[in-house]
Design a protein around this ligand. Structure first.
Ligand code: NBG
Length: 833
């Protein structure tokens, strides 16, 4: 308030207020101005990179003008906001998205062309913002796009990692990791050096009595690290709403402490403190679906939760409302258990700093939070050791014990005879050392808990969280099936298809109401339309083929069936099943006569994905894929009938080239293991068919598009436990076809068999936990059906068109509206001029 300009002077201010370019000429003017002044370049040294930076700066100006208006308006109307807390935001590139959402891409294309640049080349200069591992982080990015597009007042809160997910290089068939230093030359963030929060760690808790005789707790003598805000504007599509993603960066606090050290001549240790502090936001943990209990990770979590909560509370306090109105103003969504400490932190603020009574505070807390679970895999469920937490966050551990005590008391009242129940649901696991079960804390501290696809949410209720359903009743648990943003995953990734659909449907409205796609079904039999549909697929396959040629040197024939599996490498996602299937195909073709070979449908098997650096089995799978590729691609007997490609360093911008180019994609996790999957949706939305298990969102995709349009195979989730049990007791027989594949591997056909022995042994000798052998026959039989279906071009096309027409459900716009209605209770707010 103090910093605002007095009313009589505002006239002048308004007159000179920044304005947005509205046409090609104005864009060019802005572009040249930025290149010449902001970048200090000239027409004698402007390369594509400078053209990119200039274009990005011109669009950034537009975004920030809209951002300012949006924030002012949202503050002024003072309605409820959503805060999405996520340790990962896998944003990818921002420029193309900004141009499309703002609606000025054509002006930019023409303007750049006037100045001697091709827009595609300029877009390709941008480094991906890769602050995430896989589906969880990409989902958060799609959510931001939908929240802005639907005009919800919403902020994302995350960490500004100096190093995002590592860059993957393949050297002699092995994955190597290279650091991803992405911050140089990133025009999309605004440092807010004036917005800082001091965050405390370590120290001890002191109890005092205040004047009313009440015991109060103070947390003292800790180390202080400073959080600095960096803001990234998030434009909605076709709306003025521009929301904020606030990322915190860590810095040594510039308090007296440092000064004393400097003055005492202890320069080195003052610098060391600074480096220590900066370590907190230095690097993204590169694990997908795995938690490892490292202290630095817990520090990251608390640092980010505490800074975000401070910011949210500060904003609320400006409204001067009573505390019990907090949940009417604030909804906080926890993206997995990573931000669960935010629950404890809010309770701490309300009790220790604001002096509220326990029950009143806890009531506010539970009304504020919602928790999304993204996995049932045990190795991904977070637990923190009690001694670790005691040392780092002593006051929070006390509060966790209190939360647990009150919770267990209510459970005991309701289930007086059930001692086992108490130990099963306790937040504290009685192990050595004791552990804090973060998922339980998240459930107890939230008013709604959701899974990310129907099967997944059902599994949560019947297995992992069964006791909590008994305790709280079924209403606390719900399902919100994931989606993807059609702006990036259809319009931006596949401009040709988006244009064809728009032509048929009479405009681009489907991009904000994806259910309109159903109108495409009327054209399934239209010859010209089919022809164009097929042509676009070929063009997209050519684009990918060109990319493959330029990055791997391999030629692939776009008439082949492109069979793609791109996602994090994980045993549960079963890339090993896929590569064993490829080996089986290779051996089968090698045995064929020349006549038989003529009937084979040529295939290109394409893989991409990163393995966590410490995940040895996943790295072995990558190694095998690359070794198989070496052999198959060189084999003159095989020629074009089979090619195997591993695309290095799979990321969001590569996914945009890959998704539109599939004939078939693979979503083949062991039933009951994949939360949802979202690339399945991207591929189908782009006219590719899929082969998949009855897992995650595959089930709902099947329901929407029809069983005839998907290739399902494998055991069902309900049979998995029984099969594992049988294997465990020695009831296991290697599938005979898979046995042939293993024999080939063991004959050193793909290099030293010893390199792959852990992989084959995990199946033959160690119980085949992921049921690769159980599903193998069904898998290769179904691939045979894919080949047959692909021979009938017309029918394949009909399946492709019908599927796209029925994908309306899988937009994150639908997802966000569901969260808004059933969890957040927030209303949109349109931003007008
Ligand atoms: C992942 C699941 C995916 C799901 C995404 C987004 C984690 C912990 N879970 O199946 O494995 O699509 O979350 O919900 O990363």
């Amino acid at each position: 308030v103090e910093a605002s300009i007095p009313e009589p002077l505002r006239e002048a201010w308004r007159k000179y207020s920044a304005s947005e370019f509205t046409n090609k000429e104005e864009f060019e003017k802005e572009l040249v101005r930025h290149i010449e002044t902001t970048l200090a370049r000239s027409l004698y040294n402007c390369d594509e990179n400078a053209a990119y930076s200039g274009t990005a700066l011109a669009f950034r100006d537009r975004l920030i003008i809209e951002w300012n208006k949006t924030q002012q308006r949202q503050t002024f109307t003072d309605q409820k906001r959503v805060y999405y807390l996520s340790l990962e935001f896998l944003m990818g590139r921002a420029l193309d998205n900004a141009m499309l959402n703002v609606g000025m891409k054509d002006a930019a294309r023409d303007g750049l062309s006037d100045l001697g640049f091709r827009i595609e080349d300029v877009i390709a200069q941008e480094h991906d913002a890769a602050l995430g591992n896989g589906g969880l982080g990409r989902l958060a990015a799609c959510f931001l796009d939908s929240m802005a597009t639907l005009n919800y007042p919403a902020w994302g809160y995350g960490l500004r990692y100096r190093y995002g997910i590592f860059k993957q290089e393949i050297v002699n068939g092995y994955q190597m990791e290279v650091p991803d230093y992405w911050l140089d030359n990133n025009p999309w963030e605004f440092p807010r050096h004036e917005i800082t929060v001091d965050i405390q760690f370590y120290g001890r808790v002191k109890n005092h009595q205040n004047e009313n005789g009440k015991v109060v707790h103070t947390w003292e003598d800790g180390e202080i690290v400073q959080a600095v805000a960096y803001d990234v504007p998030i434009p909605g599509y076709g709306t003025k709403t521009t929301n904020n993603l606030r990322l915190w960066s860590s810095k040594a606090s510039s308090g007296e402490f440092d000064f004393q050290k400097f003055n005492a001549g202890d320069y080195e240790s003052a610098v060391a403190d600074q480096q220590n502090a900066e370590t907190i936001s230095a690097v993204l943990y590169p694990n997908d679906n795995l938690e490892r209990g490292k202290e630095l990770r817990l520090k990251q979590q608390y640092f980010w939760c505490a800074a975000s909560l401070f910011d949210i509370v500060r904003r609320f306090k400006k409204t001067r409302r009573a505390w019990n109105e907090f949940p009417d103003q604030v909804a906080i969504q926890l993206n997995d258990t990573h931000p669960t400490l935010a629950i404890v932190e809010l309770q701490r603020i309300l009790i220790d700093e604001e002096g509220l009574e326990w029950d009143e505070a806890w009531n506010i807390v539970t009304k504020t939070f919602g928790y999304t679970n993204h996995t049932v895999l045990p190795e991904a469920l977070e637990k923190w050791s009690v001694p670790l937490m005691q040392n780092l966050l002593p006051r929070h551990l006390q509060l966790i014990y209190d939360i647990n005590l009150f919770f267990l008391q209510t459970v005991e009242k309701r289930f007086p005879k059930d001692r086992e129940m108490l130990s099963r649901v306790s937040i504290i696991e009685e192990s050595h050392p004791k552990m804090v079960r973060m998922a339980y804390l998240a459930i107890i501290g939230s008013h709604k808990v959701n899974g990310v696809a129907e099967l997944h949410s059902d599994l949560l209720k019947t297995t992992l969280f069964k006791d909590f359903v008994e305790i709280y009743g079924p209403d606390r648990f719900t399902n919100v099936t994931n989606g993807v943003t059609p702006r990036r995953w259809l319009h931006q990734a596949n401009p040709l298809l988006s244009a064809l659909i728009a032509e048929k449907l009479g405009g681009h409205e489907f991009l904000t109401d994806l259910t309109l796609l159903d109108k495409l079904e009327a054209f399934v039999d239209d010859k010209d339309f089919r022809h164009e549909w097929a042509h676009i697929k070929t063009m997209n396959k050519l684009r990918l083929a060109k990319f493959i040629k330029s990055t791997t040197g391999h030629e692939v024939d776009p008439n082949s069936l492109f069979d793609i599996q791109v996602k994090r490498i994980h045993e549960y996602k079963r890339q090993q099943l896929n590569i064993f299937g490829v080996i089986h195909r290779y051996l089968t073709i090698k045995d064929m006569s020349a006549e038989e070979k003529k009937k084979v449908v040529p295939r290109v098997s394409i893989f991409g994905g990163k393995a966590a650096p410490g995940y040895w089995m996943a790295k072995t799978i990558i190694h095998l894929i690359n070794k198989v590729a070496d052999v198959v691609n060189k084999d003159a007997d095989i020629g074009n009938l089979l090619k195997v490609i591993f695309i290095e360093d799979y990321n969001v911008s590569k996914a945009e080239i890959i998704c539109p180019a599939s004939d078939l994609s693979e979503h083949i996790s062991t039933a009951g293991t994949e939360g949802s999957g979202t690339s399945n949706m991207k591929f189908v939305m782009n006219g590719g068919l899929i082969i998949g298990t009855c897992d995650g969102a595959n089930i709902e995709i099947t329901r929407e598009i029809g069983e005839n349009n998907i290739f399902l195979f494998g055991n069902l989730a309900e049979d998995v436990e029984e099969l594992r049990h049988r294997h465990f007791y020695g009831d296991f027989q290697l599938d005979p076809q898979l046995a042939k594949v293993f024999a080939a591997i063991k004959s050193n056909m793909f290099g030293d068999a010893a390199d792959f022995s852990a992989l084959t042994a995990s199946i033959e000798e160690h119980g085949d936990y992921y049921l690769v052998s159980d599903d193998f026959n069904s898998y290769i039989t179904t691939h045979g059906m894919v080949d047959e279906a692909f021979k009938n071009k017309e029918e394949w096309l009909a399946k492709s068109i019908t599927s796209v027409a029925r994908m309306g459900f899988f937009s994150t716009d639908r997802v966000i509206n569901e969260y808004a209605d059933s969890i957040w209770n927030v209303e949109p707010l349109e931003i007008k001029d």
